[in-house]
Write a protein that binds this ligand. Structure first.
Ligand SMILES: O=C(O)CCC(=O)C(=O)O
Length: 286
C-alpha cells in the first residue's frame, strides 16, 4: 500500500471506473472511454507538471518538439519520455492508478510503461494530428500494447478531441507511420501506405468523446486515430498520454521507428522489461 494525499491507496487495484465491460469493449472496438478514472488531485498535479514543461528552458533535443507549422496562431507541444527525467511524472506513473487501469483494460497480468508524453494544443492551434496507428512507430511487437490518453481539461470536438476508427485494430493492417512533423522520417519499406481515410470517412465507424478532466481513453496500438486542431478561443487541450505493454510484448528494433530515450540494452525478441520499460503493475492473483 502507498499513502497518497493522506489516504491509503493500493495501486495494484484499478479504480471502480473500470466497468467490467471495459476490457470487452476495448478488445472489440480497440477504444474505450473511462469516465472519472482519475481523481482531480492527480489532474491538478499533472496540469502543474504540464505547465512546468511548457515553460522549461532546456528542452530535450530529440524527445521535445513544437509541432504547429510556422504561422499557426496556436501551439502544439509534444514532449516524450518524461518520467525517466522528472520525478513528478515518475510519481504519477508509479503511484497513481494509471498502470492498473492500463493493465486491467488490456486484460494483462502486468503492465510495463513504454513511455509517457504530453500533447498540448493551445486555443487557436490549427495543426491537426494526422491519421495513424501507433505500433508501426515503435520497436515493439505484441497483442497487448495500448495508449492511455488522460484529459487534463474539458475536451470537445472543437478543442481537439481525438477521433478513433472503431475496430480498425482488427483490420490486419500495418500502415506506414505518418510523421507528425510532416516529413517521411519513419518510412518502413515493408509497410503499406495509409489509405485516404478522409475520403473513406462515410464508411467508417468513427467515435469521438467529449471528455471531462480525469476521464481517459484507452486505445489499442493498432487502432487508427487522428485529431483536429484546437479551434476554440479559450479552451486549452492538455493531455497526458502513457503507452503500455502487457503480457508477451517483445523488442523489435527496426529502421524507421521513433527514437527511444536510449538503447534499452535488449536483444531483438527479448521481452520488453528493463529500466527504460519497467513493470509498474501486476495483477493480484486471480
Ligand atoms: O492528442 C492527439 O492529438 C493525438 C493523440 C495520439 O495520437 C495518441 O494518443 O497516440
Amino acid at each position: 500500500m502507498t499513502s497518497i494525499h493522506g489516504t491509503e491507496f493500493d495501486r495494484t487495484t484499478a479504480p471502480l471506473a473500470i466497468r467490467p465491460k471495459a476490457t470487452e469493449d476495448f478488445e472489440r472496438d480497440g477504444i474505450v472511454c473511462l469516465r472519472e478514472a482519475f481523481d482531480l488531485s492527480w489532474v491538478q498535479e499533472l496540469r502543474d507538471l504540464a505547465d512546468e514543461m511548457l515553460t522549461a528552458e532546456n528542452r530535450h533535443p530529440v524527445q521535445s518538439q513544437d509541432l504547429a507549422k510556422d504561422g499557426d496562431p496556436g501551439r502544439f507541444f509534444n514532449e516524450m519520455f518524461i518520467w525517466p527525467r522528472h520525478k513528478g511524472f515518475k510519481r504519477v506513473v508509479f503511484d497513481s492508478p494509471i498502470a492498473a487501469i492500463a493493465g486491467t483494460v488490456m486484460g494483462a497480468d502486468k503492465a510495463n510503461v513504454l513511455f509517457d508524453q504530453l500533447l498540448i494544443k493551445e486555443p487557436g492551434t490549427s495543426e491537426p494530428t494526422p491519421w495513424h496507428h501507433d505500433l508501426p512507430f515503435w520497436p515493439f511487437q505484441g497483442a497487448q500494447i495500448c495508449t492511455l490518453w488522460l484529459a487534463l481539461d474539458e475536451v470537445t470536438a472543437d478543442s481537439g478531441a481525438v477521433e478513433y476508427i472503431k475496430g480498425s485494430h482488427r483490420w490486419g493492417k500495418r500502415y506506414q507511420p505518418t510523421s507528425f512533423v510532416g516529413d517521411g522520417r519513419y518510412q518502413q519499406k515493408e509497410l503499406e501506405p495509409l489509405p485516404d481515410l478522409e475520403v473513406m470517412r462515410g464508411d467508417l465507424d468513427i467515435v469521438q468523446f467529449d471528455m471531462a478532466p480525469g476521464d481517459c481513453t484507452l486505445h489499442h496500438g493498432l487502432t487508427l486515430h487522428a485529431a483536429p486542431g484546437n479551434q476554440s478561443t479559450d479552451q486549452r487541450r492538455r493531455a497526458y498520454i502513457t503507452r503500455w505493454g502487457g503480457d508477451e510484448v517483445t523488442y523489435d528494433p527496426r529502421d524507421g521507428t521513433q527514437p527511444m530515450l536510449h538503447d534499452p540494452g535488449l536483444k531483438a525478441g527479448d521481452l520488453v522489461e528493463c529500466d527504460l520499460w519497467p513493470v509498474v503493475w501486476k495483477r493480484a492473483k486471480r
